[in-house]
Design a binder for this molecule. Structure first.
Ligand code: SF4
Length: 334
């Protein structure tokens, strides 16, 4: 706007935060899918294990925003100025799924909520609504849950709505490291919940983090051993990052730790990836362990055998091929 820019030139202007939107359906959810190239979106490979052709078409939908928890490595609430959990109306979510199915033929969905399996009434209303559409057996959803929010009696309801995968933030094999990241879960509860979800016919993605503040070489090994013992249908391995807005970021600034110089340094898979060091490990050691853990897990005969039994020989070959690709990393001189 002429007349405004010259006044602001050379100055960073920080506006006050906008008030939180509480009625997500009224204020945020117009039907604007037609503005997107819907034919170009593709699901993660693992979501379509067993039938990799179903990765397209694909859509991600929100049913809630925010998370009431405060894990130290997580910055998810940073844009919302507080730990508030806001939900859409279940009937609006179901109508949106029906629209995407009928208009774009979408059967593969991500529920992108930070924490979907949390509010029992919300989850049941959405799942019952989707099941009543009459084609839930064609659908394939995945969603986030926590070990301590998954109750066994919800699993049949999730499955009837086409939810086939739950992602669990397991984070560390060491209870001490989990406690230090404000994620207090008992090891026996983790194994029990993973087994209960699998017994109900859903698959599990285990998420793990290497290089949390209390991590040592031994505790990172403990984490990888736990991942291999749990043998979830898929696993994501992350290095701990001081994402702006997280408690880890505040701690890193207070301790004067080196932080990435560009946004690319915060990216888990980038060449510039620069995780946090710990008291006993350099950033390069954490990153190197993370990358080797990926190859060890996805080349493990026990894992590959499970994949073949559960999803077939073609999926096993796909995973074997995936595990051969190595990331180039500046920190590791590769
Ligand atoms: S890691 Fe998950 S449970 Fe923890 S604050 Fe972030 S979204 Fe919530």
């Amino acid at each position: 706007m002429p007349g405004v820019l010259p006044v602001l030139q050379g100055k960073a202007v920080i506006n006050p935060g906008a008030p939180l939107i509480h009625d997500l359906d009224a204020d945020l959810h117009g039907n604007v899918w037609h503005l997107l190239p819907m034919e170009k979106y593709r699901a993660h490979n693992w979501q379509c294990f067993g039938d990799l052709d179903l990765r397209l078409p694909y859509a991600s939908i929100y049913t809630s925003l925010g998370c009431p928890y405060r894990c130290s490595f997580c910055c998810i609430n940073a844009p919302f100025d507080g730990n508030q959990y806001r939900m859409r109306k279940p009937e609006a979510v179901v109508a949106e799924i029906d629209h995407l199915y009928r208009t774009y033929g979408i059967r593969t969905f991500k529920i992108i909520d930070e924490m979907f399996v949390l509010n029992d009434r919300h989850v049941r209303a959405i799942c019952d609504g989707v099941a009543a559409l009459g084609y839930a057996d064609e659908l394939n959803f995945w969603a986030y849950a926590r070990v301590d929010t998954v109750k066994p009696d919800i699993l049949a309801t999730l499955k009837a709505a086409g939810i086939r995968w739950l992602a669990l933030g397991i984070e560390s094999g060491s209870a001490h490291v989990r406690d230090g990241s404000a994620k207090r879960l008992r090891t026996e509860d983790i194994a029990g919940v993973v087994g209960t979800i699998q017994a109900a016919g859903l698959a599990v993605i285990g998420n793990y983090i290497f290089g949390l503040p209390d991590d040592t070489a031994a505790s990172m090994r403990e984490t990888l051993d736990m991942a291999k013992a749990l043998n979830c249908e898929f696993a994501n391995f992350y290095s701990a990052m001081a994402y702006p807005g997280s408690a880890l970021y505040t701690q890193a600034l207070a301790q004067g730790l080196a932080l990435p110089e560009s946004w690319a340094g915060f990216s888990q898979h980038s060449y510039e990836c620069a995780p946090l060091p710990t008291e006993t490990l350099s950033a390069a050691e954490v990153l190197s362990f993370r990358d080797e853990a990926f190859h060890e897990y996805f080349s493990d005969p026990a894992y590959l055998g499970m994949v073949e039994r559960r999803f077939g020989a073609e999926t096993r070959s796909h995973v074997e091929e995936m595990a051969q690709h190595r990331l180039r990393r500046r920190l590791l001189g590769s």
